[in-house]
Design a protein around this ligand. Structure first.
Ligand code: CP3
Length: 344
């Protein structure tokens, strides 16, 4: 392997500021790309795509063929974990993920003994990717954070306010804790396996770190994320981790300190001045363009890109969106975005 500094994105996660920030795009493999839609159709189902290394490698690499990105992110989904635990997951076109909602008895029926066996094809995808990627490209592995994954497991689908899961956590604290404990344990195994298979860095997606009061944030977000980082570092002492607590607002600094992540993903609603003034000066940040500005393009995009570059110019910064790219995004706007970041 080449020295760490050849992989600019990894180096930035490790705290080394780059002249121009490295860039990747959250959800960069996906429906805004015609070649993705084609491979997806050929695969049949979405999970078939995730569990077929040949196809998963292909869709992971598609965005890198078009754009000068600094990283590939493994093509998979955060919901392969409930699937591997035996809770059936379906992805219906236009509906998002659908699961059989879990109750307390369902939690006790989850089977953690076969998670890595079930996810072997995903780990094979990681191995093939590292073998095929150029040396200077960082390979990002990932999982969903326990709370975010639990919101889907308990409600059976996405919801705007995570009501079912927040209610379950308060009303059935012991069963809820059993679920968190299972998710923490299997997430450590899964992330460690991804790093061992060749991922350079892993990101923990806490996409629903919002709508939580102080005590709920501490228990449902900080604590499980901290346990994952600590558990991972017990196995792999220098494991590089990006945390992305979307919507954490006033909790971002507390999250970074409590969990010990190397770098912090910032959502687009976080004010730039607030981020600058709240986080430790040397903490690497990742973000945070509103995906809507990438859809609109023009000055609406360019001006905000420049503001983000300026706000984080004095610290390690990975340019990214503040949430996932959406299907209606014009490809030409993505090209323009990369050009702006690479050339200023
Ligand atoms: O390039 C990549 O980032 C691809 C890998 C990836 C996917 N999902 C593929 C995917 C990653 C890193 C994710 C993460 C993910 N999945 C998150 C966290 C990030 C975020 O957006 O907050 C969440 C919450 C999920 C759960 C999930 N998966 C939802 C809510 C949906 C449906 C809505 C949507 O965005 O499409 C999915 C499906 C999904 N995951 C698709 C893709 C490309 C679309 C499925 C299709 O092709 O029909």
């Amino acid at each position: 392997m080449s020295p760490v500094t050849d992989r600019k994105l990894l180096a930035t996660v490790l705290g080394l500021r780059q002249e121009r920030p490295p860039v990747w795009i959250m959800r960069q493999a996906g429906r805004y790309l015609p070649e993705y839609r084609e491979t997806r159709k050929a695969a049949g189902g979405f999970l078939e795509l995730c569990y077929t290394p040949e196809l998963a490698v292909e869709v992971t690499l598609q965005p890198l063929r078009r754009f000068d990105l600094d990283a590939a992110i493994l093509f998979s989904d955060i919901l392969v974990i409930p699937d591997a635990l035996g809770q059936k997951v379906r992805f219906e076109v236009g509906e998002g993920p659908l699961l059989e909602p879990l109750d307390a008895e369902g939690i006790d029926r989850l089977d953690k003994s076969r998670v890595l066996e079930h996810l072997a094809p995903v780990l094979e995808t990681v191995r093939r990717l590292r073998a095929q990627l150029p040396d200077d490209k960082t390979l990002i592995g990932f999982c969903g954070a326990p709370w975010t994954v639990a919101t889907y497991m308990l409600n059976g689908r996405g919801s705007p306010d995570q009501w079912t899961a927040r209610r379950f956590a308060l009303e059935q604290p012991e069963a809820f804790q059993r679920l968190m404990d299972i998710l923490v344990e299997v997430s450590i195994d899964y992330l460690a396996a991804q790093l061992q298979a060749g991922a350079d860095v892993v990101q923990i997606f806490e996409s629903w770190a919002l709508n939580l009061d102080d005590a709920a944030f501490a228990r449902q977000v900080n604590e499980p994320n901290k346990r994952i980082v600590a558990g991972l570092r017990q196995r792999i002492p220098d494991a590089p981790v990006i945390g992305f607590p979307r919507g954490a607002a006033g909790n971002i600094a507390g999250y970074a300190a409590a969990t010990g992540v190397n770098a912090l993903g910032i959502d687009y609603a976080a004010p730039l001045d607030f981020v600058r003034n709240t986080l430790p000066k040397h903490l690497p940040v990742q973000g945070n363009l509103d995906p809507l500005r990438l859809v609109i393009g023009g000055a609406a995009m360019d001006n905000q890109v420049r503001a983000i570059l300026a706000a984080f110019a004095d610290r390690p910064h990975i340019f990214n969106l503040g949430h996932g790219i959406v299907p209606e995004t014009p490809i030409a706007h993505v090209e323009r975005l990369i050009e702006l970041i690479k050339q200023g």
